[in-house]
Design a protein around this ligand. Structure first.
Ligand code: R5P
Length: 292
């Protein structure tokens, strides 16, 4: 309990030293409040400014996915080299020990599966209270900009998540999905990433494209690049390297890590690019050294 008497007199006000500027290391988030910044700091390293997210939320629409058949075995093999678990609440609670103390990008949208061959119909399935219980560092919502009949619904989901998240300072990760009929071109990604940021997403996940530096420059919040379908390991490292070199603040990679010939080595190699300025060539040499 604080004492009312006998205390030292406060005197050291450093009157000759201006207040420190409180620049924050996450793009566009300087005016966010303390809780939001705390959560974003769990995602983005203060040293590199970047993040390595492991996406293993595939099961919510693909069911058992190659490489993720046994989350309880796979995730512990990769966890040390990962900054953020991107996952569903079901996967976290059943298969991921809570004592890794990793940031969590909690998948909160759901609503369709590959069984109907059209995965654009989503709703917000997770209540904000459950996101709090899981100590989510951000909540992830899929969006379908440009998809006829789905755009409005998914942007409503995103806005709803931003409204929910704002109440408790939980950032939203807006995920850019590409409709079957749509072009993966610069024009589309410029549109979609900016729309998500303007609607309140604090982080945007998108695919890499030509002129990617324009996409990252025009997006006022950090971009993390999606991995996408499995590529040969050297090409996946080149994707990560180009994305980081052209302004992304991280990668959110799934299949290109957990379906690699050696997933643990791949996670380490991608990490070198994300946090230690490795090029794709040096990271691939590093990968090969581990697996030989
Ligand atoms: C993408 O929108 C979903 O989050 C996926 O479930 C996941 O992130 C895909 O990861 P990757 O394409 O790197 O396997």
């Amino acid at each position: 309990m604080a004492d009312a008497t006998g205390n030292k007199i406060a005197k050291n006000y450093y009157l000759d030293t201006p207040a420190q500027k409180t620049g924050f290391h996450v793009k566009g988030m300087n005016h966010a409040d303390w809780g939001m910044k705390d959560r974003l700091s769990r995602i983005f390293s203060k040293t590199s400014g970047n993040t390595l997210m492991l996406a293993f939320d595939h099961g919510y629409l693909m069911g058992s996915t190659a490489g993720l058949e046994r989350l309880d075995i796979v995730i512990p093999q990769l966890a040390n080299d990962i900054d953020v678990f991107m996952a569903t609440r079901g996967a976290l609670r059943t298969c991921v020990p809570p004592d890794y103390n990793k940031a969590v990008a909690l998948r909160v949208s759901a609503g369709s599966t590959v069984a109907v061959d059209d995965v654009t119909h989503e709703f917000l399935g997770v209540d904000i209270n459950d996101a709090l219980r899981l100590n989510a560092s951000c909540i992830a919502v899929q969006t379908f900009v440009g998809v006829q009949g789905e755009e409005k619904k998914s942007l409503k989901n995103l806005s709803g998540a931003v409204n929910m998240g704002s109440k408790y300072s939980i950032p939203v990760l807006g995920v850019v999905a590409v409709g079957k009929s749509m072009q993966r071109d610069t024009k589309f990604f410029l549109l979609a990433t900016r729309v998500l940021a303007e609607l309140g997403a604090s982080v945007v996940k998108t695919y890499y494209c030509e002129d990617f530096e324009k996409v990252t420059a025009a997006c006022p919040v950090p971009i993390v690049v999606a991995g996408g379908k499995k590529l040969p390991e050297n090409e996946a490292l080149t994707l990560a390297y180009k994305a980081i070199s052209e302004g992304a603040n991280g990668v959110d990679m799934g299949r290109n890590i957990f379906q690699a010939e050696n997933p643990a080595a791949m996670a380490k190699a991608v990490r070198k690019i994300v946090h230690e300025n490795y090029t794709d060539a040096t990271a691939y040499e590093f990968y090969k050294d581990i697996i030989k």
